[in-house]
Design a protein around this ligand. Sequence first.
Ligand SMILES: [Fe+2]
Length: 382
Amino acid sequence: MPDTSPAKWHLAHTTWFFETFLLAEHLPGYKPLNPAFRNLFNSYYNAVGDRPLRAMRHVLSRPTLEEVHAYRANVDEAMELLLARELAADVTDLVSLGLNHEQQHQELIVTDVKYGLAANPLRPRYREAKMPPAESFAPAPPMRWEAFPGGVFPIGFGGEGFAFDNEGPRHNVYLQPFRLASRLVTNGEYMEFISDQGYGTAALWLSDGWDCVCANQWSAPLYWEKREGEWWHYTLDGMQPVRREEPVCHVSYYEADAFARWAGARLATEFEWEVASQDCEIEGNFMESGALGPQSVTDDEGLKQVFGDVWEWTSSAYLPYPGFQPAAGAVGEYNGKFMCNQMVLRGGSCVTPKSHIRRTYRNFFPPHARWQFMGIRLANGD
Ligand SMILES: [Fe+2]
């Protein structure tokens, strides 16, 4: 699957980021362990130079893992020398970018490992299964609508500390009054969509979505399979029965959009999501919980599961905010050049490190992507 990369590649590439954008530029006398790595572990930066085709990353059996660890140790040592120096603000900003970049790749390691193991007919599990807590088998509370007033709202990052360039500039957006679902869409609700011939009803789908369903013969979320009449899905704990009360996960934008239409609702815009999230603590089922999968809610007050569990598809195309300017140089290719043909997702997932997420954080994927932990929250007019 061309979107996924081996864990060894992620380790080498995050190391490459520090070497290319910090050490090669800002540490006098820095000598690379192997100058060929500059191109070998480049992901998509045209200004840096050539790189292997993304879909061929999995055939890079050399350098070995041992050599990649040696590369990492060399770069770590040089980074310590760099950090001991007096550094200009633009250089320390690049260090922060390198660390946040690495957190993004840590999340990708989990999602890519899941895809790789699930593609194996033996469906090997990533770890020994842990028995979920008994309360997580309770039925999900009924979905409620939370109402939000319309008006003019500031959107985007305006605080201190790190944010990606795509989160700014902060600017005003006018919103009509809107309503957001109190919790994520559950597997049980999604099963009703499937039983109601959701995947067979063209009228529910965007044209591109219907083409995608037909071409790929989709009939359920990624990792779902029917065994003796019951839905099972691959999780990092191995194959498990699909539990109705848990949030549905591994659906594309097309599926989220079709489900919302079937339910008589819609998806939120990224601006509605950001305004509604102001009242929510940045707490939830993140990577640190160790669950490595979305979990059901048990209580029923306010908006639930806004942060963590699954990235929530929004109906917003991934576009530059007014006045957006990418950084000068190669690092300007980080976000800006992807602002076409992708949709924004918000809130982080069960494999996002908690310290990585912000209310203003904009993740983005093409509308057919399903291998990240992505799910659905419904919205509606007032
Ligand atoms: Fe990267």
